[in-house]
Design a protein around this ligand. Sequence first.
Ligand code: DAH
Length: 358
Amino acid sequence: MSAMEELKQKITQEIETATDLKALDEIRVNALGKKGAVTGLMQKIATLPPEERKSYGQAVNDVKTALETMLESRLAVLKKKELDARLIKEAVDVTLPAYDLDTQGSVHPITQTIEELVGIFADMGFDSATGPSLEDDFHNFTALNFPPNHPARAMHDTFYITPENEGDEPHVLRTHTSPVQIRYMEAHQPPIKMVCHGRVYRSDYDQTHTPMFHQMEGLMVDETTNFGHLKGTLKEALSAFFGVKDLPLRFRPSFFPFTEPSTEIDIGCSWKNGELVIGEGDKWMEVLGAGMVHPNVLKNCGYDPQKLQGFAFGMGIERLAMLKYGIPDLRTFFDADLRWMKHYGFMALQRPNRAIGE
Ligand code: DAH
């Protein structure tokens, strides 16, 4: 048998036994590709004496055509085989009963509370801003008048992020939304009236602390803003939020590095049959921190504290949501439990209105 015939038989057998498209394509390339065996035989024509060229050329061409035909029919067989296999694998039994999907979604109490508060402050002319979760030391601490190495930094159980390059200052997951005040003042000129909200992070976990929670921050700066404006704004906003006309507020002296004087604010409440009643009674519940913006903070943002003054406040969104909607455990906010969401979530088209006390 000639070498050509032998090659043809070898390739023919390979084609017949190829079991998938990839293997078949490899056979095609090895035979008929640029460097294929049959292509090699064809290239030999030019080296033969002229009288042998015709019959040799004819013979190689026949081999080539025969192989091409075989490849094509094997290709069709294998393609069908692969399609059949896929159809079996991906078969859907349309007679099976449908899953009982509860497709009714609901709005998370945190989203609901944020939107209520942003709406209330928008009505009072406050812009709404956001800022990054990953902060540098300057915006999270230094600009807010936390002195370097001051124990006040330890008030927040800070998550430090290892810097990419050794020696660089570590970033932090912001421990509060107050850095957004700084970013806002850097980017805007007074008069300023803004609120911002977002996630904040502290390394803490128990019934009243989670490592991630939400805050809302407010800031108002111009030439005349004073503590009376702070009181009036918060009284109005909290009364609207809790739907209680003239909600009683109590201001207690406190300390924050970024405000002077600083205050913590309680709302009046009482307990009736184990239920919290907001706005009535002789008990107090702390809801937020606030104060007059410290002159150093204004200076750090390039403002002249001789000319400008303002107030700031910060509050925990979860805490407000828990009080308003009677949610007992903070940790459940982040359990992603659909039964909890069904109970405490809000139907998208039936959200409670911001009830401003009649
Ligand atoms: N940043 C404070 C905290 O996380 C909350 C706060 C208190 C913000 C007083 C303020 C403020 O803007 O004036 O504990």
